[in-house]
Ligand binder design. Structure first.
Ligand SMILES: Nc1ncnc2c1ncn2[C@@H]1O[C@H](COP(=O)(O)OP(=O)(O)OP(=O)(O)O)[C@@H](O)[C@H]1O
Length: 233
């Protein structure tokens, strides 16, 4: 695995220093993405220091989900450069090691139970963790042994949140965490994402509720037609 010192020099050089010494969690330079005939991201530039929280705002179709997928190395940029904790976005394996993406639908395995979903996620990352405790924390103890396909949308959201919290990857990307949740669920989401932020996890939250998201990810940028309009707020 090769990490670059691109942030200091403007050009990638070999660097094998451990992850926490890197100053930037995310760095994007003139990043473009085309899907089919559509240009979805148009020259995105972004710097997010390690441990900072960023809220991604923008109208439906602005490109928020697509950008999160690029940052998780699920989509390869058409043009431009991107680094996650110094790893080139094209180095999918390295990026996926340090990033967790919580997609809008939770991204859970429908035929596994809640408990099995959490155990499997831990196993995939070679981590240990208290899955039962995480389920308790999100109020899903009784639903732990039910297959995910039989859970409500809000219950799935809580389960996906429990997984993100349990994994606590250094960069955690969250797509619309407040959708489908009742008031208690929203407060719980703020609490768990706040925990991650307090642990030094870099959070990027795509949301339509800036007043909520910015409580845990204070800096906000707006995507407009696939371009970042940074208001520096
Ligand atoms: N697989 C795909 N192929 C072609 N176009 C796509 C694909 N996925 C998304 N798009 C397009 O990319 C654009 C951005 O979509 P995206 O889901 O990133 O927006 P968003 O900001 O997350 O929107 P929302 O707030 O509705 O979730 C939209 O025009 C969408 O139609």
């Amino acid at each position: 695995m090769i990490r670059g010192e691109w942030e200091k020099t403007g050009h990638p050089t070999t660097d094998h220093s451990p992850l926490p010494t890197h100053r930037h969690a995310l760095q994007l330079r003139d990043l473009w993405l085309r899907l089919g005939r559509e240009v979805i991201l148009r020259g995105v530039n972004l710097d997010v220091p390690v441990g900072d929280g960023l809220t991604l705002l923008g109208e439906n179709g602005a490109g928020k989900t697509t950008l999160l997928r690029v940052l998780a190395s699920g989509l390869r940029p058409t043009r431009g450069e991107g680094r996650v904790l110094g790893f080139d976005l094209r180095d999918g394996r390295a990026v996926r090691e340090c990033v967790h993406l919580m997609p809008v639908d939770g991204g859970l395995y429908p035929d596994l139970t809640g408990e099995e979903n959490l155990d499997f996620a831990l196993q995939m990352h070679g981590q240990s963790g208290d899955a039962a405790g995480a389920l308790r924390r999100v109020g899903l103890t009784r639903a732990a042994t039910r297959r995910v396909r039989f859970l409500s949308a809000g219950m799935r959201k809580r389960l996906a949140l429990a997984r993100a919290h349990l994994l606590a990857r250094p960069v955690t990307l969250v797509d619309e965490p407040f959708a489908n949740l009742d008031e208690g669920g929203r407060e719980l989401t703020l609490e768990l994402l706040g925990d991650l932020a307090a642990q030094g996890v870099t959070l990027v939250i795509a949301a339509h509720e800036p007043h909520l998201a910015r409580r845990v990810a204070p800096r906000a940028v707006r995507l407009v037609g696939g371009k970042v309009e940074d208001r520096g707020t």
